[in-house]
Design a protein. Sequence first.
Length: 420
Amino acid sequence: MTATDRSSSRGAVRSLLRPGLVAGALVLVLALGLLAWRLHGNGTYVVPASVAGSDRPAVEQPAEAAAALAAWQRAIADRRPDAAPGSAARTATRNAGRLRVQDFTARYVAPSGAVAADGSWTADVALTWRFGGVDATTASEEVGVTFRPVGETPAVEISGFGGGGDRLPIWLSGPVEVRRTAETMVVLAGSGAAAGRTADRYDALATTAVATVRRVLPWPHPNLVIEVPADQAGLEQMMGATSGSYHGVAGVTATVDGSAHGPVHVMVNPQVIGGLNSQGAQIVLSHEATHDATAVADNATLPPWLLEGFADYVALRDVPLPLSTTARQILAEVRQSGAPRHLPGSAEFNDQSDAFGAEYEASWLACRLLARIGGEPALVRLYDEVRDGAALEATMRREIGLSVTAFTARWRQELTGLAR
């Protein structure tokens, strides 16, 4: 799956200070005997806006936040986690060292919620970064950063990430395990022995995925990056998606910042791929690696059936599985309702559908049929040319010897025959 398969609105979730929080802070201050109040003519007691237990005004401090961001930027550049301002910043700086983060900048933009009773607040911060040795371009994203006062000093520190902005990059979500080869890199959320074993598993899958793609396509300089969040919610945070958007999706190949030119990585849904056996997980990652190798993360020219069917063709080409496994859903649909009238389009690729998966199988069978009719090199040329802007009709006639209409009829006949 690629990022162009989705079109849902992205909205930053803004935190609002609830009345109950203010009341809780008032009770705390009263209990400590630190309440400063004045009596109005209407008998209302008013608590001045200040951080509980100090004389610091309970307002955001953009200058101090900018200073903290500058210190964090220096810490990443110098590879010095101990110099980062705050525990969250220190963890992110350690991650940055493992990932060889380069071109890192951090700029304060604006608050994204009210100031809490302890003086902390979340703001949108514009970040840029890239992973050295693998990313050819720089990511640019606004990320929610939480700032917290440091004792009675004017300074603030970075105490958390998320809660503002649109996306939360995996290397800011907490500790990560990193596995790197000359051609692949795995970034997995977590730490400890279990996380290490899981990272090793994805490392092996990534290496095999590159080899699988190379059996069909030239890929002289792979830089396959696989990001594995802790859970589906983590994937949705990484993608700036609403809760449940990636239910049932095993992986997606997309730019890490949602732009047209950002670094392209494979993002995994561990709650789906984690339930697959090694062969199933390998098929998923080889499919996504095909998207990466052919640079289609933001491609709008390939019809969905060719985009996804070709990736499955590469991933399944040498896998000895029966059609009862690889085409189970589409063949069941054909037995029940007959062959589809047309090749799968955007309407059919609906990951919220109960039949999600049948369209992938139908598309794979279409590409398998194209390779059988014209040969695998013709299928590869068809894919490449249409990806680069050539018209499908003319290209299919030239490479396969059939019009789209004639091929669709052959494909429908193939489905009907296989379903018997």
